[in-house]
Design a binder for this molecule. Structure first.
Ligand code: NDP
Ligand code: 2IT
Length: 441
């Protein structure tokens, strides 16, 4: 039955391989739910869940510093609003296409439900490549993007935030243009804002910090902790850097990270202050960090070759495959927590699970970012701003709740320790209840 439904989804969404992958991973986990509650299949819930409520595709023309005109494509997929307004990031990367945005929006729907906050799921972005572009070029692109998108947004409708290639600078340009067009100082329409103008403390740290809290909770179930563990992270952007920072605070040693040009290894621990300077302030390459720190730089290598006890894939989808997983297992990895969305291929997940490695799927493990976005919305709605300590304490509490929810749900369905099943079933049950309660939508 599930195979039949999946076949129809494949036919209706040709060529969208990442979307197919994300859907199958969830459907596969839901078999025990349908075995207990077959009536769910009669209500076409799966078909409804897999069909976005709305998909917006638009032209984004902009001119570069030399006056040359470029055209990019903008996307916003408003996936599901059963539990709250559409919420999810914007990705600016040349690889972006509709299938990638749909996989991200689909995942986001369940992730947001797991946070326990009143937010639905959505995702957007563009195939614009910000690399090597001046601030003025990025600003003109963001202004053109928002000139089309603004009509679909609103604090009660759809609230974007950052993702790959979109951070505080881009959110600033987007917010400025939204404000200019609408003549409204509507802070709650975007999250990830600068703290000076409506942003939340701890939002930029939140995804990486939350990921490490989740991973520490998984280790705790085996009587282990992060103390003294070697941590290897992929990527060296917002999520990766803050994951390494929290890991270090909890006594672990982050020894390697990567970008699309290669990876660095530093057995004594990555110099996070220098890394932030190079990657965040200067928007430089990891090779430049290695030159300045004296760390070993391996161009074009796989960061998963570096032996470690904890691995945190935090760059992009399908970046950890079967061979990488086998290498990690051979080297004695204890836990893998996904900072990125769907970074481990299905075969990679299978290898890790079969070897008994603790595995925290992205929709649970990286939910701290969007949860803190929801805390930013709360602060905006009450025209308040909280301290870093208070916000981080709320984030930690939410991550522990998500961990426990996934853990107990997996047990309830006879799959102890299977966080993939736990996250997919718990997320599904929450969204399904919202959808059924609100009638045929
Ligand atoms: P950033 O743009 O800050 O950093 C992205 C990092 O990943 C960079 O080091 C980049 O290297 C690397 N990377 C991106 N795409 C590729 C690719 N195709 N191949 C190799 N390396 C790549 O993004 P974030 O840190 O915000 O996001 C990282 C991941 O975390 C994404 O999967 C995102 O969806 C997920 N995520 C982000 C959240 C957030 O709050 N920001 C919340 C939850 C999940 P390079 O600079 O060389 O391109
Ligand atoms: O994938 C994600 O959860 C994000 N990029 C963050 C979304 C958000 O709205 O904060």
């Amino acid at each position: 039955m599930i195979e039949k439904i999946y076949d129809r989804i494949l036919h209706r969404n040709p060529g969208e391989k990442e979307f197919h992958q994300a859907v199958w991973e969830v459907l596969e986990s839901l078999e025990p739910v349908f075995a207990r509650r077959p009536e769910l299949l009669d209500e076409s819930l799966i078909e409804r869940l897999c069909e976005p409520e709305r998909q917006i595709i638009f032209r984004v023309p902009w001119s570069d510093d030399s006056g040359k005109t470029h055209v990019n494509r903008g996307f916003r997929v408003e996936f599901n609003s059963a539990l709250g307004p559409y919420k999810g990031g914007l990705r600016f990367h040349p690889s972006v296409n509709l299938g990638i945005i749909k996989f991200l929006g689909f995942e986001q729907t369940f992730k947001n439900a797991l946070t326990g906050m009143p937010i639905g799921g959505g995702k957007g972005g563009s195939d614009f490549d910000p690399k090597g572009r001046s601030d003025a070029e990025v600003m003109r692109f963001c202004q053109s993007f928002m000139t089309e998108l603004y009509r679909h947004l609103g604090e009660y409708t759809d609230i974007p935030a950052g993702d790959i290639g979109v951070g505080e600078r881009e959110i600033g340009y987007l917010f400025g243009q939204y404000r200019r067009i609408t003549n409204r100082w509507e802070a709650g329409v975007l999250t990830g804002k600068g703290v000076l103008w409506g942003g939340s403390q701890a939002r930029s740290e939140a995804t990486g910090y939350g990921l490490v809290v989740f991973t520490a909770e998984m280790l705790k179930t085996r009587g282990e902790s992060l103390e003294g563990k070697r941590v290897v992270v992929s990527g060296s952007g917002n999520v990766a850097i803050h994951a390494m920072e929290k890991a270090r605070q909890l006594g672990a040693v982050p020894i390697a990270c990567s970008d699309s040009g290669g990876y660095v290894v530093e057995e004594k621990g990555i110099d996070l202050e220098l890394l932030k300077e190079v990657k965040l302030a200067e928007r430089g390459r990891l090779s430049a960090y290695a030159e300045r720190s004296g760390a070993r730089f391996v161009p074009d290598g796989r960061v998963w070759e570096v032996p470690c006890e904890v691995a945190l894939p935090s760059a992009t989808q399908n970046e950890l495959d079967r061979d990488d997983a086998a290498t990690l297992v051979r080297n004695g990895v204890l836990a893998v927590g996904e900072g990125a969305n769907m970074p481990t291929t299905p075969e990679g997940v299978r290898v890790l699970r079969e070897a008994g490695v603790l595995f925290g799927p992205g929709k649970a493990a990286n939910a701290g970012g969007v949860a803190t976005s929801a805390l930013e919305m709360q602060q905006n709605a009450s025209r308040d701003s909280w301290t870093f300590e208070h916000t981080e304490a709320r984030l930690t509490e939410i991550m522990r709740h998500i961990h426990d929810l996934c853990h107990t749900t997996a047990e309830r369905y006879g799959r102890p320790g299977d966080y993939v099943a736990g996250a997919n079933i718990a997320g599904f049950e929450l969204v399904e209840r919202g959808m059924v309660a609100q009638g045929l939508i």
